[in-house]
Unconditional design. Structure first.
Length: 200
């Protein structure tokens, strides 16, 4: 697939795949919004997995991130692998581009009082260069208050089953959840072999 050349304000270059018109692009924040990625059956199955899975402190995969306060399902567990299998299948079927590599999708959860302060994702995760981050929402917006994913100064709260990609170099956070529960899956992708990531 063809790639488009883009530039930061300081002149550095980066590349993203050329996307069809059906994908909405937000050039200022380099966000790619794909909706929906899951059908209702897959969504219900993932929510059932989330209800049955064992959750651990999210800081286990970001030990130095003192601003991180959420929970996650280890990708090495049976439920973690089941969730990842469903999501990878949906991504490969419905994405308009094929990533070079991706991390294993991971369930995460924010209950009331939880949040993730401003941060920038690591340039490499599990051996994958992180060109793009992705959040797949599993909770409907009305099921929780707060919990917006804020990229730059833009707060985002998608419908369940909708997916948001954004450039990993963007400072972002998840606002404190004040009611309910925010379920999602997160993953990271390398989308090009053309240049090394230099986002952070």
């Amino acid at each position: 697939m063809d790639s488009t050349e883009n530039h930061y304000a300081d002149g550095r270059q980066f590349y993203l795949p050329r996307l069809p018109d059906c994908v909405l692009a937000y050039p200022r924040l380099l966000m790619i919004f794909v909706a929906p990625i899951l059908d209702r059956t897959c969504l219900a199955y993932l929510r059932e997995i989330a209800a049955r899975a064992a959750w651990v402190d999210g800081r286990i995969t970001a030990r130095t991130a003192t601003q991180k306060h959420n929970e996650q399902v280890a990708v090495t567990t049976g439920y973690g692998q089941m969730a990842a299998h469903i999501v990878v299948g949906a991504l490969l079927e419905r994405l308009p581009f094929r990533p070079v590599a991706m991390t294993t999708p991971m369930l995460n959860r924010y209950s009331a009082g939880m949040q993730y302060g401003p941060h920038c994702d690591a340039p490499v995760m599990d051996g994958v260069r992180t060109d793009l981050a992705a959040t797949l929402f599993l909770s409907e917006p009305e099921e929780y208050d707060g919990g917006e994913l804020v990229i730059g100064e833009t707060p985002l709260k998608l419908r369940a089953g909708e997916l948001l990609f954004y450039k990993c170099g963007e400072i972002h956070c998840v606002r404190k959840v004040t009611r309910g529960e925010r379920l999602a899956l997160v993953l990271w992708m390398q989308v090009s072999n053309l240049h090394q990531r230099q986002f952070c």
